[in-house]
Design a protein around this ligand. Structure first.
Ligand code: GLA
Length: 710
């Protein structure tokens, strides 16, 4: 078998995997006709020899190993005490299965086996690749680099879209033109990171949200990573993703295997939003549990920005009562309930209820919350310890570090080596005891520092092992408590990847609850993650990270478009604002099934607007959000095209938010069409291709339109 071919409705993948040759991608892109002959394609794509380079064109492979002799980029580096470094892998066997293949390669000379597990979803065209390396030799093998896979950049993909940022500015998009230099993102923070989201898009110059070719790649991994795009001098390009391995971190003894993290990739010939919908489908159907999918996601109340470390049982009960009154369904007690945790310099590691602040334990608060009909959730940061803690005093050797090198200060905490079984056991039993003793159905699992010096007690780096140990610990907790949902948080959105989502249920998108920033952050996150896994909270009127004051209407509309929650002091809010908030929660609940199951269409617009829609799969209804994030140089904005509807159907269009909408001067289309009232009926085609003339609105306004088929 020289080729393996996979087809989806809008994409085809063909692997070249002739026995004895390297495995590579022959074609990946728009769907090819069923009759297309793979050998014919080989002929079409054949390259010639040239002066000044090797006499024969060098093959590409998924590993881009040194034995191929490429003078620029190589994606694999391993050796045995300086020898056996020049592997060249040849396909030995191909095992086909439904929707996928295992390609078994070997290099007899260096005695290594390399296997690729490849899946291609026939419904969505989502491609998944994992690779495993096995040392069949008699001596240890040091692996210093192994990309999960190196994939050819299809011609015409001139642009690279990366996702960068910082704390409270996650998922910032950056679009740059490809050139002869390498585009390289390396993450050595030991977590997914704020600054390098483990994903990349390759797009044509004119690709936008609704048109054009784009390829997306996500490394489903919550640790150190390397993502690069290389341009070879022969005109070809490669995009490669893999775990970033520290020196000495992967040393395979004879018979041992290294398993790479998975690449999740997709192609769209219809723009960026379509690509995102493929990723969303993947998260929904392959990562989230069916039970989780079936359950409406409860509206949260999280205590962090309301009380920080100032825990007082009576006040917390009052907050819970107030939260329940306005429609909250889950109360999450954040940091500060355990050990000596009266501030962020002590207590991490001591996972027992603090009798200083909870003299009768957590029971009374949990009972109060559940008595109000809400679920109870609790914050943990299991992987960390404060030096000022009983745990650290008992086990100072449990932390990661480098002997003789001072720990780098980072939120006054150190990272535990959770790959040590006794550490993982301690954490499991501590969490398990709290969950057993209380009616708790939700964990916010936080992680708030980089693994700056991730050496274990013998000095060996454990950053890669730490990720596997995290996943194992999450699974152990889930297995023991299958009805407890887990949120992945890391100083906001520093651990919000598809790797951790296979072991958890939602992510905390960002510590910024500033609605203007959140519009951008949530849009960035939506490139890969569906709205229902994105924690989106209404923060206090004055945002604690930007100092900006935004109206409740704006804050609530922004939080409503994800997994909605609140994170403000309900006891000090104005009554009028609480009424607005209650209305927003009602609206979220009314449209929750649509928001959490529908198709996302981000809309292209002028920079002062951020617009998107969520359309029901059967196109029977949709909710569109238009945020005015800055003043406009023009008198009026453009028309809003309601992308994603069915052009053949008739729809009723209504403005749902803000409920206090007032036209700025003369009546806008909202008034003339009575969109705030009964609404008006239009064809899908008119709404999609013509669109609605948007009104002038003050910056920091967010309009929500509801469209329902009649
Ligand atoms: C991190 C999280 C916040 C909050 C604090 C508590 O910063 O991102 O949401 O839980 O920790 O210390």
């Amino acid at each position: 078998m020289d080729h393996v071919r996979f087809d989806a409705a809008d994409a085809t993948l063909i692997l070249a995997c002739a026995k004895g040759a390297p495995v590579s991608i022959l074609y990946w892109g728009g769907a090819l006709h069923a009759d297309t002959d793979c050998a014919e394609l080989e002929g079409l794509f054949a390259r010639q020899g040239m002066h000044g380079v090797a006499d024969e064109p060098l093959p590409l492979s998924l590993a881009m190993e040194p034995g191929l002799g490429h003078p620029m980029f190589q994606g694999f580096a391993a050796h045995r005490a300086g020898k056996d470094w020049g592997s060249r892998f040849e396909v030995g066997k191909v095992e086909l299965r439904e929707g996928g293949a295992k390609i078994i390669c070997r290099d007899e000379r260096t005695r290594l086996g390399l296997e690729y597990e490849i899946d291609f979803d026939a419904r969505t065209g989502v491609l998944r690749i994992r690779s495993t390396l096995t040392n069949y030799g008699a001596t240890p093998l040091d692996v210093s680099n192994m990309m999960t896979a190196c994939l050819p950049v299809p011609d015409g993909m001139t642009d690279i879209i990366g996702f960068t940022g910082r704390w409270t500015q996650e998922f910032t998009q950056e679009r740059v033109a490809r050139n002869a230099a390498t585009y390289l993102r390396e993450n050595r923070s030991g977590r997914t990171s704020h600054f390098s989201y483990p994903a990349i898009l390759l797009a044509a110059t004119d690709t936008n949200e609704s048109t054009g070719d784009v390829y997306g790649f996500h490394l489903a991994f919550s640790g150190n990573h390397c993502i690069r795009v290389d341009s070879l001098t022969d005109g070809r390009g490669l995009v490669s993703l893999g775990a970033l391995l520290l020196p000495g971190e992967v040393r395979l003894v004879p018979g041992e295997t290294y398993a790479s993290p998975e690449i999740v990739a997709a192609y769209s010939g219809q723009g960026l939003s379509k690509l995102s919908r493929k990723f969303h489908d993947h998260v929904r159907t392959k990562l989230l549990s069916p039970e989780m999918r079936a359950k409406p996601r409860p509206v949260h109340y999280n205590t962090w920005e309301a009380v920080y470390f100032d825990h007082d049982v009576e006040k917390l009960k009052e907050l819970a009562t107030r939260a329940a009154e306005i429609g909250v369904e889950r109360f999450v007690l954040d940091d500060g309930w355990f050990g000596g945790r009266r501030h962020d310099r002590a207590g991490l590691g001591d996972w027992t209820v603090s009798r200083d602040v909870y003299p009768d334990g957590l029971g009374p608060l949990v009972d109060h919350v559940t008595g109000l009909g809400m679920e109870f959730g609790l914050w943990f940061e299991p992987e960390m310890v404060n030096p000022d803690s009983d745990l650290y005093r008992a086990h100072p050797d449990w932390v990661l570090g480098l002997e003789g090198v001072e720990q780098i200060p980072f939120r006054s905490q150190l990272a535990l080596d959770i790959s040590r079984p006794e550490v993982a056991d301690y954490l499991f039993h501590a969490i398990d005891a709290i969950l057993r003793d209380h009616d708790i159905s939700y964990i916010k699992w936080d992680m708030n520092r980089d693994l700056s010096h991730p050496g274990d007690s013998s000095g060996v780096p454990r950053a890669f092992a730490q990720v596997g140990a995290l996943y194992a610990l999450l699974d152990r907790v889930r297995h023991a408590h299958p009805y407890v949902e887990i949120e992945s948080c890391s100083s906001g959105g520093a651990r919000a990847d598809m790797g951790v989502l296979a072991h958890s249920d939602r992510v905390w998108t960002s510590d910024s609850n500033d609605a203007l920033d959140r519009q951008v952050i949530q849009r960035g996150a939506s490139f890969f993650l569906p709205l229902e896994v994105l924690g989106c909270h209404v923060g206090p009127a004055k945002c604690h990270v930007t100092g900006r004051r935004l109206s409740m209407e704006m804050r609530a509309a922004t939080a409503l478009m994800g997994h909605m929650g609140l994170e403000l002091n309900l006891l000090t809010e104005r009554t009028a604002d609480l009424d607005v908030l209650k209305n927003a929660i009602d609206l979220h609940k009314k449209h929750r099934a649509l928001l959490h199951n529908g198709d996302v269409f981000r809309l292209d617009s002028a920079p002062q607007l951020i617009a998107s829609g969520v359309i029901a799969r059967d196109k029977s209804e949709a909710l569109y959000s238009v945020a005015y994030v800055a003043s406009d140089a023009k008198v009026l904005p453009g028309r809003l095209q309601f992308t994603g509807l069915d052009p053949e159907r008739q729809y009723r269009l209504q403005l749902m938010w803000p409920t206090n909408w007032q036209a700025v001067k003369g009546p806008s289309a909202i008034e003339t069409l009575d969109l705030k009232g009964e609404g008006a009926i239009f064809s899908g085609a008119a709404l999609m291709h013509g669109g609605l003339q948007l009104p002038h609105a003050f910056p920091e306004t967010c309009l929500l339109f509801y469209v329902a088929a009649i």
